[in-house]
Design a protein around this ligand. Structure first.
Ligand code: IVH
Length: 692
């Protein structure tokens, strides 16, 4: 293999891994959490790229590659059901050309002549949640979700509120039907309106609402959501129902099941659409697409299936999808509207997200009045301005997006959008780190948008460890004004009577909470630093800081000098394990006077213990050391950790304050500098002897 081919292969391997990880991550969000983060189109693009890579480098394909599996494993809360026949997924075609290629492949596979027709049944592809339902002797006995295609969740009780419990017209002894459960736009809007009124989070789209409603441990909730279903296929069937896909659909209708044919019948008076050749399929595709905005449910394309079951058997499947069927997707739905303003939302972690306020417009049957602009760069890249006429896209899922601005309609004197560098909620500086797309508010302890998250972190087990104050209690206390910032937690004992009269609280639980608050007043410096929730300061960094500065007083006085830069910042940056990025995040935090004020106020409420003095008597305690070059007996991090546990400060650069430079093999500029400054230089062996 040439060097070039090797390098391409290694690049492909890396890309494959990245894609596979991303797809699995999005599968989990979509199938288990009902909360996708990317649009179907973006997801499909990831899958396609993965398939492309595997075609080019077949050795990359593993058995558990996302191309070989469907969806994500089921949740733990429902019993598992193994499908007697796996539930497959569909490959997608995005254009007429790809549908043509699909038909060509079928023709080649079956050895048909060029002019021989391939009769195809056309169905709608409704965007919902697939299920399998088993009937025995005409009675509904079991229902399952698709899960990973092999094993799904047992949702018998839920499906029983949607499907007929008995079938008509002498169905076969065993009949497993497969279909899709979905929610109409009308029901979706009503459900979300109820949720708003009840202060519950709304569903992002009808599909998520259907999924969330179907997978309810309490089936009565499912019943109240008025879901619909249709049947598009089957699994185990004990007696043949005919030789064609369309025969089965007809039979299901006779048994009293809702089939996909109903929709085409209502829309175009077509009973079962069997087409050949392509022109007929494309004609229906365009007619359905034109009607799409008027439909009361989401569809994301058509599904074409080879009608002959004999041919279906011969064609079989490849990977997770049949060769005999394909989904012809619609492009995402778009509409024009005007950007009336750009609002900045501040998330729980302080991220500033721009959201375009739009003149309300209907896109695919759903009224859209907001669209995410993702981040600062995205606005710049698309040059979206207030007053612009823009193309809004709804990809049947997630939050609507802005595709582009129509420059011809741009009002005169419009100006590029200027992204704020202060938090719109609390007014603190909002900073953007290098290599980060997101700008974040630095007013952590004061910013209302982040407060609940900060409070939750503050009281957490690894931080101040206040038992009895969970997210629920914190949110409730905050909403009712009992706590407005972290310091208020220590004023709760004066308000104990107010808490006791609240629902869910009693004398005992209030006493317990007060005791937990009292206990938390004795806190180690490291825990206290960690509890502040400074960006990039996790438990390990907090410990490092505590060890370095030893006492709250020493630490805080150094921190207050940080915003001025200079010595304090250099010292911080020189502590082993603290990089510039972390040092700057800490400096940003202390640059906000409100944060400083709150830290002081907190300290007034607490007894902050000095960090354990590490190995006072060790020969390197209190010394600053720098490791350089390749160490042979220790890894760099081991060496650092050992030195720190003996009380040394490990710095990353050599200065006149450095006590020892430990030079490994191939030491370079740091060694040179140490020589220039007359710093003591030790070999690795000498160092080991010194600390032995
Ligand atoms: S047939 C072996 N037909 O789309 C064939 N699926 O993207 C398997 N879907 O898992 C599926 N409408 O949840 C088929 N008319 C239709 C469909 C349909 C919606 C869903 C189904 C499937 C997914 C694949």
């Amino acid at each position: 293999m040439s060097a070039e081919a090797r390098s391409r292969k290694s690049e492909a391997g890396k890309e494959w891994q990245k894609l596979a990880d991303a797809i699995r991550h999005h599968d989990r969000l979509y199938y288990q959490k009902d909360a996708p983060e990317i649009s179907d189109a973006e997801y499909d693009a990831l899958r396609r790229r993965l398939e492309e890579l595997e075609r080019e480098f077949p050795e990359l394909q593993t058995q558990d590659s996302p191309t070989q599996t469907v969806g994500a494993p089921p949740l733990e809360t429902f019993a598992k059901v193994r499908h007697t026949i796996p539930m497959l997924s569909l490959n997608n075609a995005m254009s007429e050309e790809e549908v043509r290629e699909w038909l060509e492949r079928i023709r080649r596979f079956l050895g048909l002549g060029e002019n021989e027709a391939v009769p195809v049944v056309t169905e709608l592809k409704i965007d919902g949640l697939s299920f399998s339902a088993r009937y025995e002797h005409g009675r509904f006995v079991q229902g399952a979700t698709r899960g990973d295609g092999e094993v799904g969740e047992d949702i018998t009780r839920n499906l029983a509120t949607i499907l007929p419990l008995t079938l008509k017209s002498h169905p076969p002894e065993i009949l497993e039907v497969r279909g899709e459960v979905y929610m109409t736009h009308e029901e979706f809007a009503a459900l979300n309106a109820r949720r708003v009124a009840e202060n519950e989070p709304v569903f992002a789209n009808p599909r998520n609402a259907a999924a969330g409603s179907l997978r309810q441990l309490d089936a009565e909730i499912t019943r109240s959501r008025r879901l619909r279903y249709f049947i598009y296929g089957w699994g185990e069937v004990s007696a043949s129902l005919g030789g064609c896909q369309s025969d089965y659909i007809d039979a299901f209708k006779r048994f009293g099941l809702q089939t996909i044919a109903v929709y085409l019948h209502n829309m175009f008076s077509i009973e079962v659409a069997v087409h050949a050749p392509l022109a007929g399929m494309m004609d229906l595709y365009r007619r359905v697409e034109a009607r799409r905005p008027q439909l009361d449910f989401d569809i994301d394309g058509l599904v074409y299936k080879v009608n002959s079951l004999d041919w279906q058997r011969r064609l079989g499947e490849v990977g997770r999808a049949p060769r005999w069927a394909i989904a012809h997707k619609f492009p995402p739905q778009q509409a024009f509207t005007v950007v009336e303003g750009i609002d900045i939302q501040v998330g729980r972690t302080g991220a500033l997200t721009p959201v375009a306020r739009l003149k309300p417009i209907t896109v695919g049957g759903v009224v859209v009045s907001n669209a995410t602009l993702h981040n600062e760069d995205e606005i710049k890249r698309k040059d979206i301005r207030v007053g612009d006429t823009v193309v809004v896209q709804r990809a049947g899922d997630v939050i609507p997006q802005i595709v582009s601005a129509d420059l011809h309609k741009r009002p005169p004197h419009s100006r590029p959008y200027h992204f704020p560098d202060h938090c719109p909620v609390c007014g603190s500086l909002a900073v953007r780190e290098e290599d980060e797309a997101v700008r974040r508010c630095t007013g952590g302890l004061l910013c209302e948008a982040q407060l609940v998250e900060r409070l939750r972190h503050f009281v957490g087990r690894d931080a101040m460890d206040i038992e009895g104050l969970g997210e629920k209690q914190i949110t409730a206390f905050w909403q009712d004004g009992l706590i407005k910032d972290v310091v208020d937690i220590y004023h709760l004992p004066q308000k104990a009577h107010l808490i006791e009269s609240r629902e869910g609280w009693g004398k005992k639980s209030v006493e317990n909470l007060m005791a937990a608050i009292e206990r938390s007043r004795d806190v180690k410096l490291a825990k206290f630093i960690y509890a502040l929730g400074i960006r990039h300061v996790g438990e390990v960094t907090a410990k490092t800081l505590a060890r370095h500065y030893r006492s709250y007083g020493a630490w805080m006085s150094a921190m207050e000098q940080l915003p001025g830069g200079g010595e304090a910042l250099t010292e911080l940056d020189n502590i082993g394990g603290i990089g510039l990025k972390v040092a700057e995040a800490i400096a940003d935090f202390f640059r906000e006077p409100h944060n400083v004020k709150i830290v002081h106020a907190l300290a007034g409420q607490l007894r902050i213990q000095d960090a354990e003095s590490v190995a006072q008597g060790s020969p390197v305690s209190g010394r600053t050391v720098v490791f350089t070059g390749t160490l042979v007996k220790l890894t760099r991090s081991e060496a650092k950790a050992r030195a720190e546990s003996l009380g040394a400060h490990v710095a990353s650069s050599v200065s006149s304050k450095t006590d020892y430079v430990i030079a490994g093999e191939d030491a370079g500029s740091k060694l040179k500098k140490a020589k220039e400054l007359g710093v003591r230089i030790l070999t690795e062996q000498e160092w080991l002897e010194l600390i032995a």
